[in-house]
Design a protein around this ligand. Sequence first.
Ligand code: WAQ
Ligand code: MG
Length: 261
Amino acid sequence: MLYSVKMRSAQGGAHEQGGRHISGAERMVPTESIEQVALSMIERAFHHSRGCADFINLKIEEVSEQNFVYVNQLPIDTVVTQDVPQGRKLAKETLIAAGVTEKAAQSGLDQLTNLTDSMRGAMLISAADGQRLDPFTQRGVRVSSMDIADSKHYESLLIQLGLTDVHVREAVVLASKVQSAPGVIAELCWSDDLNYTTGYVANHLGYFRFPHLKQPDSPVGGRAFFVEPDIDLEKLINYLENTPVLVVPQNFAEKEEPCKS
Ligand code: WAQ
Ligand code: MG
């Protein structure tokens, strides 16, 4: 049996009463892991670079395993960049290579850059003309109901790649769910954590990390999902928010033993 464990925290009261979002996290774990996962989420809310939460919402609920959809983990690649202008230039090229138009890629970058505070979720943006398609303004679309199918295997893979930070662990799972949605072409993201400057572009080929996508000391992060312009928005949002997805980690055994015949 798996349980969904979700945490969202804010400062200055609850989100719905105007509190400022501090952090959010979600896992789907077996019964015996609930306590440890919940505790580490509460600790994160109290020790976050965006500030100390004074409101924490923790929700634990059973998820029926019959309803799970299994999707493949996107392969992870890091593109070495020197600074933010170079990082954003290469991120834009990666979006365009995935099928986003130049106009839409630039519009997505501009819309994230022009945010004055972080949204809680993601913008849905037309991959054709860059128009914002979702009606949720500052809230955005919050992707939910996902985790990795095999934590041990995934953690070994991340250690092998030298990527032990929790940001990577969570972002690859989210990005893999997002890319599995029909009609999604690419994603652009950078963190709202003050000094976490690495962002990524995801497309059907992989998860491409760029070490400099925002300036250090900025608390403003965001996500943009570039989608086909004629997409059924309601169906997409329902999949992203509600369909329970388990991400199957990439098989890395072959990489370990390339000469095995
Ligand atoms: N669904 C949709 N959008 C979200 C979600 C979600 N569940 N969680 C966060 N966002 C949006 C929201 O606008 C946040 O302000 C923004 O994304 C950034 O969120 O080294 O840490 O959780 O490979 O701060 C990426 C690079 C780190 C990791 C991303 O995002 C790496 C990160 P954060
Ligand atoms: Mg954050």
